[in-house]
Every structure is written in structure tokens, then in C-alpha cells.
Ligand binder design. Structure first.
Ligand SMILES: [Zn+2]
Length: 492
């Protein structure tokens, strides 16, 4: 276990954790949002972020501080906490993106970390190489090697109580992300940003983003705190948390406000297009869209930024509650309906159901089947995997109906999407699931796969399946030697 991070609760790949930040003498509950503070722009003051929005941690850019003389002098003299008047933890970014844009740098990793230490950062970042998506494998490997050399140097720098980030790169190559994660986790660095995913999010490539995070997570292991670097839109937080991300940073709240953009958990709206404000935050209860439109630029930007922050923090709280209640994936399913690309993200998440299954609790409150994607949830996978642990008699009737059949030694229930189980397990999670009466093909196919698996595990047993009118191509998934009994009458 990493000393600075403790896990408290989990649901799918999501978790509630505690990140201890010794230099700030604070503990941050994760998932957490780090508002981005630009020291040259005062949209919403850090003190207000702490007191009104409950921000426990924020992030600022040490490159901008370094490059702005008066801010630099003040930061070196008094430290970031005094400069910003912020009581929580402060993370500093090295500005790798800016540095990558302006070409080679001539400062060393030691100097970069030393500067962040001297301005009073609580969590510092070495300069890594943010390799963009879709580059050649050679380039991704070469740049990753450079990032890894710098992490190894960073490990040797005496940073006192300051925590240090170990960015995980690897472009759109999940296996490189995994190698990068493993290497980063082997250093004694503390927090793990998954880097250079912003271009993916800007292009709505949530599926590729999930593959990159899943790769990084395989390498990092469960006990590493993971920061999805540059991800600030609340629409995708639930998805990213379900894959195992713990920290998010939002510049979006301020950047979007500057362009009159209004964040919602279902996407972004333009103030111009809004006839109502679909939100209950103080900004939206005290104003209507015309009131906001009538404001001067600066106050309008502040009001929109405040709304954007309210919805962003609200979503983080909703996600934490969903993890506690064990219904995070149901929240992800709802969010996935907001945009087809989010649905791609969710479907990709379910491609990693085996990875999620490892951290998913064995028992939760209830399983709600709310879309055909639910049939691919880790709970269904786990049930199928564990069918080989159940002992079966010589002959067994698997049925969607209630009645036992005297022709067989025993009768088990069949319930889409899980498939077969002994009646004694009916009261156990997830078999207590709430499933719609009007089931769908996804659930039937999963149930058929469960039947097939049980049959394959028990070649000596004679099986029959009683089903309520399953379509022929679903029944094709059932092994040939299983007797089929149609329960709805007719000749199937
Ligand atoms: Zn609002």
C-alpha cells in the first residue's frame, strides 16, 4: 500500500480514497476535483473555491508562475498558499504542454522540481513528454523512454514532504500505457497522472480514452492514486471514475465561462440557446438566462464560472454517493445516454469487465438492469466465471418457470442476464436484480451463455432448458445435447 493513499470503498473500478498530502497537512477525499488556477486571471478566488465550493485541492501551473516576474517573486517570497490564500493542498503542473509547444528546454528535472519546492507546492510534477494520440509506435516508445528517465531522476531528488507526480504516457498504445504504469508504480513517486488524453477528449474519443486508462491501470495496480490529467467536463467523470480515476482537474469551468458556455452533466450548452436554466445552484435560482445575458462581460463570466463549478462539484458528490450505494455503473449508464460518443466510452469500459470485476464488491444493494449494456456488467461476468464452482446432480432442469420437473434430480432458476443458478442463491447479490419484464436480446444472449458455460463445466450431467420463447438464434448458443422445453406453449 502506498503511504499517501488509502482506499475506503469501491464499486466497479471506481473507489473512494483518501490522499494524504503531508506538506499541506490535509487529507483529500477522492474522487476529487482540482480547479485550475491561473495566477494571472482571477475568475473565482481560491479562498472562495474552498469556502463556497468545498475545494480541498487545486492545481496551478508552475511554468506560468516562473514566467511571470511579479508572481514568481511573490511565490518564492511567501509561498503559494499565502499567494493564493488557499487552505487546502496545492498541486503544481510543470507545464509540459507549454514546454512541448515551445521546443527543447534547457532546465533539468532537478531544477524544475526544486523550483516547485521553493514556491511551496504540495504535489509537484516533473517535465514529461506528453505524446499525442496516433503517433508512430517508435515515437511513442522513444518519448516514453525519455519520460521514464526523468521519473528515475525525479526519484533521486530530495523533495522533503512534497509529493511528486509520475505521469503515465504511451499515446494510444494500451500496452505502452501498461508498461508506463508499471514503471511509474515501481518508482517511489506518489501520484499518477494519465497524460496526454486531452486531445482524445477534445475529439470525443471516449472509447480510446478508456482503453488508455485501462492500460495504465493494469500497470499501476489498485493502490495507486490516478489523475486523469486535463479532464474537466462533468459529463465524463462517472465513466472515468468507473475505470479507476481518482483525480480530475478543471480549467473548463473558467475557459467555458469565458465563451458563454454553460456546463451540464449531459453536455455543454451555449448561454445564447438557453431559455431556461436547468440547474438549482445559487446562480441558476437567482437568475434566468436573460438576467445573465444582460450582465457585462466580466460579471457574466464570473456567474457562469460559478455555475460551471457548482455542477462539476455536484457531479463529484453524486459519484461518491453512487460508489457508497453500489450503483456507480447505473450512473454511468445514464451519463452514457447523453451522447453517442459517451456510449462508445461505456461500451469500451465493459470490454474491460474482467479488470473491473477484480475490484467490484461481491455484494451490493441491488442490481438494476437499465440497458442492454447491463448484460455485460462485471457482476454478470463473475456469475458466469463462478458457475464451475457449483455442484450439480446427474440430471438438471434449468428453467425460467417455477415448476420443478419430476423427470430431473433438481431444478434451477434461469434469469436473464445471469443464466442459471440454484434456487438457494435467489436471495444473493446480484441474483436479486431488478430486471424489466420486457427483456432484450442482450440479456437473453448472456443468459444463454451462462447456460452453455454450466453445461460445458459438467459434461456428465443431463440438462434441459425451459425458456419463455427465446429466439432461435439465441437458442443456437445452447449446446446441442441440452433438451429445449418451450414454456409458452407452441412447438419450440
Ligand atoms: Zn447552475
Amino acid at each position: 500500500m502506498r503511504e499517501c493513499f488509502e482506499l475506503r470503498d469501491a464499486d466497479a473500478g471506481g473507489r473512494i480514497g483518501e490522499l494524504t498530502v503531508p506538506r499541506a497537512d490535509v487529507t483529500v477525499e477522492t474522487p476529487a476535483l482540482l480547479p485550475v488556477i491561473n495566477p494571472n486571471l482571477d475568475t473565482i478566488s481560491p479562498r472562495r473555491l474552498a469556502e463556497e465550493f468545498g475545494a480541498e485541492i487545486l492545481i496551478t501551473n508552475s511554468y506560468i508562475i516562473y514566467g511571470t516576474e511579479d508572481v514568481r517573486e511573490a511565490a518564492l517570497e511567501d509561498g503559494l498558499h499565502e499567494l493564493f490564500d488557499f487552505p487546502g493542498a496545492i498541486m503544481t503542473d510543470s507545464g509540459s504542454f507549454q514546454l512541448a509547444e515551445y521546443g527543447e528546454i534547457d532546465v533539468t528535472t532537478e531544477e524544475i522540481l526544486d523550483f516547485q519546492y521553493r514556491i511551496g507546492s504540495d504535489i509537484a510534477t516533473p517535465v514529461d513528454i506528453p505524446t499525442p494520440p496516433d503517433v508512430s509506435r517508435k515515437r511513442a516508445e522513444d518519448e516514453l523512454a525519455t519520460t521514464q528517465e526523468r521519473l528515475e531522476i525525479a526519484e533521486t531528488v530530495d523533495t522533503g514532504e512534497m509529493l511528486v507526480n509520475a505521469p503515465v504516457q504511451g499515446s494510444t498504445y494500451p500496452d505502452l500505457r501498461e508498461d508506463a504504469g508499471r514503471h511509474a508504480a515501481e518508482t517511489d513517486l506518489d501520484v499518477f497522472p494519465v497524460g496526454a488524453v486531452v486531445p482524445l477528449m477534445n475529439d470525443y474519443r471516449y472509447g480510446d480514452m478508456i482503453d488508455a486508462v485501462a492500460g495504465a491501470k493494469r500497470g499501476l495496480g489498485a493502490d495507486a492514486p490516478v489523475h486523469l490529467f486535463g479532464a474537466g467536463h462533468p459529463m465524463m467523470f462517472a465513466l472515468a471514475v468507473a475505470m479507476g480515476c481518482d483525480l480530475f482537474d478543471s480549467a473548463a469551468y473558467a475557459l467555458y465561462a469565458r465563451d458563454d458556455r454553460y456546463l451540464t452533466v449531459r453536455g455543454t450548452r451555449h448561454l445564447e440557446d438557453l431559455e431556461y436554466l436547468p440547474c438549482s445552484c445559487p446562480v441558476c435560482t437567482e437568475n434566468d438566462p436573460d438576467d445573465l445575458r444582460a450582465l457585462e462581460d466580466k460579471p457574466r463570466e464570473k456567474e457562469l464560472a460559478a455555475h460551471n463549478l457548482h455542477v462539476t462539484f455536484e457531479e463529484i458528490r453524486r459519484i461518491k454517493q453512487a460508489i457508497r450505494a453500489g450503483n456507480l455503473l447505473e450512473l454511468v449508464e445514464q451519463r452514457a445516454r447523453a451522447h453517442p460518443t459517451m456510449l462508445d466510452g461505456y461500451r469500451t469500459l465493459l470490454d474491460h469487465a474482467d479488470q473491473l470485476e477484480r475490484s467490484d464488491p461481491v455484494s451490493k444493494g441491488a442490481f438494476f438492469y437499465t440497458s442492454h449494456e447491463s448484460a455485460r456488467r462485471p457482476e454478470v461476468l463473475r456469475h458466469h466465471q463462478r458457475l464451475d464452482r457449483l455442484s450439480v446432480p446427474d440430471s438438471l432442469f434449468l428453467t425460467e418457470g417455477d415448476s420443478d420437473s419430476e423427470r430431473y434430480d433438481d431444478s434451477w432458476r434461469v434469469q436473464p442476464p445471469f443464466g442459471p443458478f440454484p434456487r438457494a442463491l435467489s436471495k444473493s447479490y446480484p441474483l436479486t436484480a431488478e430486471v424489466p419484464d420486457r427483456t432484450d436480446r442482450g440479456a437473453l444472449e448472456a443468459a444463454a451463455d451462462g447456460v452453455a458455460r454450466l453445461v460445458e463445466c459438467n459434461p456428465e450431467t443431463e440438462f434441459a432448458l425451459g425458456h419463455r420463447g427465446w429466439p432461435a438464434d439465441v437458442l443456437e448458443r445452447i449446446p446441442d445435447d441440452v433438451e429445449l422445453v418451450g414454456l409458452l406453449g407452441g412447438s419450440d
